[in-house]
Ligand binder design. Structure first.
Ligand code: DHE
Length: 505
């Protein structure tokens, strides 16, 4: 059976808040029974038995609200670029695809709600933190550990960043996605799965501490700079969930309603350490929210009216401005967090994958660079003038970009198309491709993270028979190859807690 993850998420429109009345499921007809069977056979493994979403997004009328059935039909038939949704035209005939589309627009047999009692009931404390030692119970440098997400079989490996030996490996929730986030001291790591599970893991004791399911379709999470709060952004239900970072207990649910009362999904949430605040991108209303966590926070949003919907943003190095992108508009906007308004437009040829942009200094000026997932161009923007400096052509659209203050190169991938085994090293000063690596010819290479000192770069080969490959970041010699099943992202504790230049935030 082939998988359908992620794809229809790119199509989804506004959804209702959890509290909205649930549509009533109609009496099933024979055609609907057949469509339900097709769903079970082809879609359920990724989109969930009740269509509440899992690795793939929820497929419910509430989440397909603004999408035309013709578009959904085309996605099932042809797949969706920039996602892992493959086409089903060889497995399903036209009438079966039509039946499936009709089925997806029918209300689910069980209404998609996830409220306070559901969250509280899912909360599990798995270890008594107070009884655990507060110093590392292993010999590795705690600031040079790597957390490696192995998407192929839903595991996480904790890797010693000096020896590149695993300290431990454990099963994760299904389909972890996005960057795990860390407590400011680097002791705890927080994971989010696409189906709403948040997990808290102790890197000193190598133990899972707690977990909770905060929604049905989650985007990502952020941790406050004082280590007290976790903020999670959800697609379904469209809301923000504040958790106590010490044990993941529920603190507050904030429905994401625009100024006019309309409901929105959350695109992404990030922490802005110098501002003591979380910043939130909203997908269905043209607003950015800033939630202060200074002192005794009440998490009331400060609303900034944007020029467009936001799919994502990156911060400037001083955290004053957001470089925000929208899938609908194609370009980007600069939003001044101090002034509370959009101040410029930025030229981007398409939509970057979220959180993929990085910045560095070139000729004394900060520049920002990002690949994008629809075309093979890296955009480089001047952070003083907001002007495009150049577009660097690549052999296909890319997902990720990474560097380190001690590396002369920005490493980026060619994620899509026939050249997806390439990794390009862009000279940060000349802005030219200086080297092209093909770590395992024919296999998709992507996502790099550096050791804390920047001396080594760890690269993923996203294949069932893939690997984590360690390169000397100066000589580009391969130092070690660790076989792994689709290692997706890897995260260096020191780089992440320092919000180091060149890594994702
Ligand atoms: Fe991601 C980061 C959203 C598809 C792998 N991705 C993120 C983040 C968001 C996001 C909001 C930032 C999390 C953070 O750091 O807090 N991703 C989206 C999408 O909207 C998109 C395009 C469609 C979707 O289905 O959600 C998408 N992403 C994918 C994939 O298909 C990838 C390649 C495979 C997968 O595992 O889902 C993928 N996303 C990743 C990874 C990161 C990520 C590995 C972390 C990057 C980092 O270095 O921080």
């Amino acid at each position: 059976m082939r998988l359908i993850p992620f794809a229809l998420l790119l199509l989804t429109g506004a959804i209702q808040a959890a509290e909205a009345p649930a549509p009533v499921a109609p009496t099933p007809t024979a055609a609907m029974h057949e469509a339900a069977a097709l769903y079970k056979q082809h879609c359920q493994s990724c989109h969930g038995a009740q269509r509440f979403g899992a690795a793939g997004p929820a497929l419910l009328p509430e989440s397909l609200g603004r999408i035309k059935p013709a578009e959904v039909r085309a996605v099932i038939r042809d797949g969706r670029p920039a996602s892992q949704m493959t086409g089903y035209s060889e497995l399903l005939d036209a009438s079966q695809i039509d039946a499936l589309v009709d089925y997806l627009y029918q209300p689910a047999a069980t209404a998609p709600v996830w409220k306070t009692p559901d969250i509280r009931a899912s909360h599990k404390i798995l270890a008594d933190l107070a009884s655990l030692p507060s110093t590392p119970q292993h010999d590795a440098d705690p600031l040079n550990l790597f957390v490696v997400v192995e998407a192929g079989d839903h595991h996480v490996t904790i890797l010693d960043g000096d020896t590149f030996d695993p300290l431990t490996r454990f099963a994760s929730h299904f389909a972890l996605h996005g960057g795990p986030k860390f407590s400011p001291d680097g002791r705890f790591v927080y994971f989010a799965s696409r189906d709403g599970w948040i997990s808290l893991y102790d890197l000193h004791n190598l133990r899972m501490i707690a977990e909770v399911r905060v929604g049905l379709n989650t985007r990502n999470l952020a941790v406050s700079n004082d280590g007290r709060w976790v903020l999670v952004g959800n697609y379904l239900p469209g809301n923000l969930v504040v958790l106590d970072a010490r044990d993941l207990s529920l603190v507050k649910i904030i429905p994401t309603l625009g100024q006019d009362g309309s409901a929105s999904r959350v695109s992404a949430v990030y922490t802005a350490p110098p501002r003591d605040s979380f910043v939130v991108a909203l997908k269905d209303v043209q607003e950015v929210w800033e939630l202060s966590y200074a002192g005794e926070p009440d998490f009331q949003p400060r609303r900034i009216v944007a020029k467009d919907y936001l799919d994502d943003f990156s911060f400037t190095p001083d955290y004053r401005y957001l470089l925000a992108t929208s899938r609908k508009a194609g370009g980007g906007q600069v939003i001044d967090l101090d002034g509370g308004e959009p101040v410029a437009s930025i030229e981007l040829p398409g939509m970057p994958h979220l959180g993929s942009g990085i910045y560095w200094k070139r000729n004394g000026h900060w520049v920002f660079a990002t690949p994008n997932i629809s075309t093979g161009l890296i955009s480089v923007i001047d952070l003083q003038t907001w002007k495009l400096i150049t577009e660097i052509p690549t052999a296909g659209p890319g997902f990720f970009m990474r560097s380190h203050a001690n590396s002369p190169y920005a490493w980026t991938d060619v994620f899509f198309g026939p050249n997806n085994d390439q990794v390009l090293l862009i000279d940060k000063q000349t802005l030219k491709v200086a080297h092209t690596l093909r770590p395992m010819p024919g296999k998709n290479a992507a996502h790099v993270e550096f050791t804390h000192d920047g001396r080594y770069a760890l690269l993923s080969v996203w294949d069932r028979d893939g690997a984590l490959i360690v390169y000397d970041s100066q000589t580009l010699e391969e130092v070690k190859r660790i076989p792994m099943n689709k290692p997706s992202g890897k995260y260096n504790v020191g780089n992440k807690i320092e919000f180091a230049e060149g890594t994702s935030h």
